[in-house]
Design a protein around this ligand. Structure first.
Ligand SMILES: [Zn+2]
Ligand SMILES: [Zn+2]
Length: 136
């Protein structure tokens, strides 16, 4: 660390928060957790920090409110996912079997329709209608 701005032979203990000068323990002026080189700087710093602390407090407030909003969104999303998962878990068998049976029947009907339409062109319209009914 540099030496004191006012006492060149003394080791600096702190830096002025306003002008950045290094000052020794003897010269340092403290204001809260901040250090200053002179009463003038302390006054300037107090006015400046007072303002910036207000700004910081304001920022913190808005940050925490957005954080709360984010948390609420997160929990709502989580609840929705949990509800969906529970629904799926409770109806897993039903959902799966429904999916499987519909997939199987669609496959069956599709291949049947293809075969039939290849074999007999007049029949295809009828089969098409049957397929449409199945899809519904
Ligand atoms: Zn200063
Ligand atoms: Zn000094």
């Amino acid at each position: 660390m540099a030496n004191c701005f006012f006492h060149g032979e003394k080791e600096a203990a702190a830096r002025c928060a306003v002008c950045g000068r290094s000052v020794c323990e003897e010269c340092v002026k403290r204001e809260g957790s901040y250090t200053f080189c002179s009463p003038e700087c302390r006054e300037k710093g107090a006015a400046m920090l007072g303002r910036s602390e207000d700004v910081l407090a304001e920022k913190k407030k808005t940050n925490s409110s957005t954080l709360v909003r984010k948390l609420i969104y997160f929990f709502v999303l989580l609840a929705a996912i949990a509800a969906a998962y529970h629904f799926y878990a409770n109806n897993k068998k039903a959902v799966n079997s429904k999916i499987n049976s519909s997939v199987t029947s669609i496959k069956k009907e599709t291949s049947k329709v293809i075969k039939e339409s290849k074999k007999a062109i007049p029949k295809s319209s009828q089969m098409k209608r049957q397929k449409e009914n199945l899809v519904k």
